[in-house]
Ligand binder design. Structure first.
Ligand code: ZN
Length: 548
């Protein structure tokens, strides 16, 4: 809870809601465990949620809206459109002919009053304070599961197909899903959403309407309806009722024994526009990246599996470089987001515009910085290295498990080792781990026995009884305890010693031996730091990074 502890302490004491000695005790505990004072008071039973709500409301000089025991009806909730309600964090608590009482967890926000006045013209609006958790619980009223929508198709005998597709996409956007999967089996079709990197079942629909859904999506994506036995790719621009900007969707259709499986990638604004600091790079790592990115020539490679946030990292670097006077050109497959002032070229297999061909053409256009979506063959690697040698800064992604492995893998493609050594400036390896939900984050202190359940590497880095964090699960995070993701990184920048080593075609082990004494921090170690900082959990780092 973002409420100021000092102010809260004063209110609780002045109102005799808690005794000084209990407060002191909770405060000592909170300091020791780096947890919130309020959470301690609540969990120790020294304070009830009701009193806490009253006390905070009093400090704001407004009434307390106890949404938990006296919640609004669904009709009242729906008086404020979902996007407005969630952005302004408001819900109608009580309504009369000439006035409306609106509950919020931050009555000091001026923009809230303005927004509300436009929704309830001519009415007197009174704000009341509600606890954040209670507010989140009320917001659940907006979410209508897909199942309800599937029942509607059956009723309408299939006529509701467009609505259903809309509903699936809108639900996916609402839950911030990155992908939608429609997986047919003999009698049903399972719809699943990938949220923060993990697949969740969203609903199951009867099989009989699926063919119509596939057909409609094919028409929208300009694909062949009569083709059922080959893979097809297309794109749809979805105009959303709840989003200001249109959302681009990439549709991939693959034939399976049980019918055509559809995967939809959401290219939405909520995954773009990240600064280096937002994606989880430490200050030292950011410095290193900026230093490399400002060199006039050389090669920066970002490695990791698909979906590890490589593109986001590259875009963040491009953002630093994209100043007036610099000519930045990208060759991508696909162009995921438009960047102002950057020339972006889309790879196109039908016209044989490949990475290699595009790169060759771009070289004639006097660029300073070139971003090649991916280096995956000798031809592209060869031109890339040549570009970097001849005064260009070249950025690209590359498939390798970690930074040290990227070096032998790159050489294996057939580029002269000494050329790789003299152009390689920096390798960034990365993964994405789920971030602990801020709305339900709690601290705990694992005992020695509890830590022993983890692999040895964990116990070596985390001392018994140190403070770790986890999400209890709440409405905000769909009861997963996680919301959003954060990157774990390792950075390998070249040095004269490393350049010499690269020229000798080293193995991963050779590279590791050289860099580990030079302060190299592995993804696993960066993950441990992020566990200690309360950003993620041991389980996530083990799941995503494994033991390195
Ligand atoms: Zn949560």
């Amino acid at each position: 809870m973002k409420f100021n502890d000092e102010a809260l302490k004063r209110i609780l004491l002045e109102g005799s809601y808690v005794e000084q000695k209990d407060l002191d005790k909770a405060e000592v505990y909170a300091k020791e465990h780096r947890s919130s004072l309020v959470d301690n008071l609540l969990s120790e039973g020294l304070l009830s949620r009701d009193i806490l709500g009253q006390a905070i409301a009093e400090s704001y000089g407004v009434k307390y809206a106890d949404l938990d025991s006296n919640g609004p009806t669904k009709e009242q909730v729906l008086l404020i459109p979902q996007d407005v309600a969630k952005k302004a964090r408001v819900v109608v608590f009580a309504q009369k002919k000439t006035s409306v009482t609106v509950a919020t967890d931050d009555p000091t926000r001026i923009d809230v009053a303005t927004t509300l006045q436009s929704l309830f013209p001519g009415k007197k609006i009174t704000l009341a304070f509600a606890l954040p958790d209670d507010l989140d619980a009320v917001f659940a009223n907006y979410y209508q599961g897909l199942e309800a929508s599937f029942a509607k198709i059956a009723e309408s005998k299939g006529r509701a197909i467009p609505e259903i597709i809309d509903h699936i996409i809108e639900d996916a956007l609402l839950l911030r899903a990155s992908d939608i999967h429609c997986e047919p089996s003999e009698k049903t079709v399972m719809i699943r959403f990938r949220i923060d990197g993990v697949l969740h079942d969203a609903g199951e629909m009867p099989r009989e309407y699926y063919d119509n859904i596939v057909n409609r999506l094919k028409v929208q994506a300009k694909l062949r309806i009569d083709e059922h036995f080959t893979t097809q790719d297309g794109a749809i621009r979805h105009i959303s009722a709840n989003h200001a900007e249109p959302v681009d969707l990439r549709i991939s259709i693959v034939p399976t024994l049980d019918g055509e499986k559809i995967a939809i990638r959401v290219l939405s604004s909520y995954v773009r526009d990240l600064a280096l600091s937002d994606i989880g790079l430490t200050a030292r790592m950011q410095e290193k990246i900026v230093e490399s990115a400002k060199k006039p020539f050389g090669m920066i490679l970002v490695t990791g599996p698909t979906g590890s946030g490589k593109t986001t990292t590259l875009y963040s670097i491009i953002k630093i470089l994209n100043t007036r006077g610099a000519n930045v050109t990208t060759i991508e497959d696909p162009v995921e987001y438009k960047i102002q002032g950057v020339n972006q070229i889309q790879v196109n297999m039908q016209t044989q515009l490949t990475f290699a061909k595009g790169l060759r053409a771009v070289m004639r256009q006097d660029p300073n910085t070139i971003l090649v979506g991916e280096i995956r063959d000798f031809e592209t690697a060869d031109i890339a290295v040549n570009a970097a040698l001849t005064g260009h800064l070249l950025l690209s992604t590359f498939h390798a498990n970690n930074a040290a492995t990227a070096i032998p893998r790159f050489i294996e493609m057939g580029v002269e080792p000494f050329l790789v050594g003299s152009t390689l400036e920096l390798i960034v390896a990365q993964r994405l781990v789920r971030r602990i939900c801020e709305s339900c984050k709690v601290s705990f202190s694992p005992s020695k026995t509890e830590l022993e359940k983890y692999p040895e590497e964990i116990a070596r880095h985390i001392a018994p009884n140190s403070t770790l964090y986890r999400g209890k699960g709440c409405e905000t995070c769909s009861h997963t305890g996680y919301k959003g993701r954060v990157g774990v990184f390792e950075l390998l920048s070249t040095s004269p010693e490393l350049q010499d080593l690269i020229a000798k075609t080293p193995s991963t082990k050779d590279v590791m031996e050289l860099v580990k004494n030079n302060g190299f921090i592995s993804m696993f170690e960066d993950g441990i730091e992020k566990i200690k900082a309360g950003l993620t959990t041991v389980e996530e780092v083990l799941r995503v990074v494994g033991k390195v």
